[in-house]
Design a protein around this ligand. Structure first.
Ligand code: HEC
Ligand code: HEC
Length: 167
């Protein structure tokens, strides 16, 4: 996935200088805030409310079309690399939203609230804000999920959890 974006983008030089995952999420986030934030508050809410996955493709609920057809003609006019990066972000957000809804939302309302209230991340990973327990270890005994899903949720909360502020 990332390699596709890298190949399609002029960001290759920039990305090769810093850890790719950090640069990738930071970049899209920044882009969204600058170019789209005037009209859309939160990319995750936008994606989950308006888009769905069908046949592995992310589509508009309204038109049913692949959202990559819509984006370049929409406000902000993302170029092919930006469209590819937005697409990967949105599809991840729709997938993780659906997963959270099925597995966790009976007891937790929103993933982003849970992350903000209960978790912190640092260079080593993501852990309980008050318990200090590693999230991966915690989830093995929590929420009735298998190992693949433990990894999935660790990835998800690594994106959502606020950074640990040193005392
Ligand atoms: C000037 C305001 C404005 C800006 C800036 C803007 N949008 Fe929108 N966007 C809208 C409005 C209004 C709608 C709903 C009506 C429509 O479908 O055009 C919308 C709808 C959408 C949808 C849902 C489309 C669908 O078919 O349901 C997506 C996805 C989207 N915008 C993404 C973006 C992205 C990404 C950016 C930045 C590159 C962006 N928008 C910038 C106003 C804006
Ligand atoms: C049956 C209810 C229930 C379900 C389902 C559930 N949780 Fe929880 N969760 C709780 C309760 C209650 C707490 C607070 C007490 C505790 O720490 O066990 C909690 C706490 C947490 C915490 C805070 C941990 C900490 O160290 O403070 C995280 C993170 C979490 N849950 C994630 C998840 C995820 C991800 C899922 C879905 C895979 C999930 N939970 C499913 C009830 C649930």
């Amino acid at each position: 996935m990332l390699t596709t974006i890298l190949r399609a983008s002029g960001l290759v030089v920039f990305l090769s200088l810093v850890p790719a995952s950090e640069a990738f999420s930071f970049d899209v986030h920044q882009f969204f805030e600058t170019k789209c934030g005037r009209c859309h508050q939160h990319s995750g809410d936008l994606a989950r409310q308006n888009l769905f996955i069908d046949g592995g493709v992310l589509r508009s609920r309204e038109s049913g079309d692949d959202i990559r057809l819509f984006l370049p003609d929409h406000h902000g006019h993302p170029d092919p690399a930006e469209t590819a990066a937005l697409y990967e972000t949105f599809i991840w957000q729709v997938r993780s939203g659906a997963m959270f809804k099925t597995k966790c939302a009976i007891c937790h309302v929103r993933a982003s609230d849970l992350a903000r209230q209960s978790l912190v991340r640092d260079d080593d990973g993501v852990r309980g804000r008050y318990t200090g327990v590693d999230l991966g270890e915690f989830l093995v005994h929590h929420g009735r999920i298998d190992d693949d899903n433990v990894n999935f949720f660790v990835q998800l909360f690594r994106r959502l959890a606020p950074k640990q502020i040193p005392f």
